[in-house]
Design a protein around this ligand. Structure first.
Ligand code: PHE
Length: 364
């Protein structure tokens, strides 16, 4: 027993324990080394248990030596634990390192439909001219869509609208899918007092289908009512709008007399273009292209909407949003707008991030 606790033997043991602690490759190995040294059945623990059987002198010497070794071993374990912890952290930091300078992973980007884009553009322009946006339902009363607009039942103008008729409402009143956004004029005049300055963009429906007609399409209608609003204002407003929208400073406009039941006088507006070589090009090129309908609101319409026509007057205009989008963005077939083909949308759609500048300012 004395023999086994000899100074030599303890030195060898200490060296062995310290060696296995220093060599521990990870925390599990280190714990293993700790158990072998100072665990319940560890080498040092075993030796300490033997102290009881020694005579006092030898016990003191051996006890002191063992305690020293134990302290050394525990210090070594703490040091190694610290080293391994640091190494583990360093490895993790290296493995999880984020290179913020790398380009972002590509993500599929959606596109804004040309109709939404065009609506946004025209709203921006009219907003800068002081218009607000008014909306109404797509299922309309026959009264709002026709009668209040001076198109009584049996009026031939009804036939031109290829109307989708719905079953009457609970009160028996006839209903239609609105054939234009003009009923929003009616709703606005019935609910607001002049001065009125609104645009009404939205969906409209007519039973028609070919290269230039789809059963659902979009219109924007404008309405201005005040005490002294006249045709000069109408002309100025539309000139300003069309030049800003098409971004052509000298775009010529031509007002041709026309007929709408709800305006008097009425006009159709043409813009300058060229058709040379079968290519349509907008601008001051001598040829003309019809673009929209307009006129001074008929006194009968004002009266039917509760506005005193001896005091107030104003103008209205309406145009197809697809049509002006096709012209501005060179989209040849109207039907493609509604085919939900993502290749088409990718080609003709707009990026959320890369917006063309909007509003009146752009051509000034
Ligand atoms: N509502 C007419 C249409 O659908 C367009 C228009 C509006 C014409 C306002 C004149 C004034 O065809």
């Amino acid at each position: 027993m004395l023999e086994s606790s000899s100074a030599n033997d303890l030195e060898t043991l200490s060296a062995k324990l310290l060696e296995s602690i220093a060599q521990a490759a990870d925390l599990a190995a280190l714990d293993q080394a700790r158990v072998e040294a100072v665990g319940k059945k560890g080498a040092l623990t075993q030796r300490m248990k033997m102290l009881g059987g020694m005579d006092p002198e030898a016990r003191r010497a051996a006890g002191q030596a063992l305690n020293l070794i134990k302290l050394e071993v525990e210090a070594a374990i703490a040091t190694r634990q610290d080293e391994l912890g640091r190494a583990a952290l360093a490895a993790r930091l290296a493995a999880e390192r984020i290179d913020v300078t790398l380009p972002a992973a590509p993500e599929a980007e959606g596109h804004i439909h040309p109709i939404s884009q065009t609506m946004e553009e025209l709203i921006q322009i009219f907003a800068e001219m002081g218009f607000t946006v008014a909306e109404g339902p797509e299922i309309e009363s026959d009264f709002n869509n026709f009668t209040a607009l001076n198109i009584p039942p049996e009026h031939p103008a009804r036939q031109m609208h290829d109307t989708f008729y719905l079953s009457p409402d609970a009160d028996g009143a006839a209903r239609v899918l609105r054939t234009h956004t003009s009923p929003v004029q009616v709703r606005t005049m019935l609910s607001q007092k002049p001065p009125i300055r609104i645009i009404a963009p939205g969906r409209t429906y007519r039973s028609d289908y070919d290269m230039t007609h789809t059963p659902m399409f979009h219109q924007v209608e404008g309405l201005v009512i005040d005490e002294s609003t006249h045709m000069g204002h109408l002309r100025g407003c539309l000139t300003e709008f069309l030049r800003a929208f098409f971004q052509i400073d000298d775009l010529p406009l031509r007002f041709r007399p026309s007929f709408f039941p709800f305006t008097e006088p009425s006009a159709e507006v043409d813009i300058g273009c060229s058709r040379k070589g079968g290519q349509l090009k907008l601008g001051n090129h001598g040829d003309w292209l019809e673009i929209l309908g307009c006129g001074m609101v008929h006194p009968k319409v004002l009266e039917m909407c509760g506005i005193d026509s001896t005091r107030y007057q104003g103008f209205a205009f309406g145009m197809g949003i697809e049509r002006i989008a096709m012209l501005k963005y060179g989209i040849p077939d109207l039907r493609t707008f509604f085919e939900a083909d993502t290749r088409w949308l990718k080609h003709y759609g707009f990026s959320f991030l890369d917006q063309p500048s909007l509003g009146l300012g752009l051509t000034r």
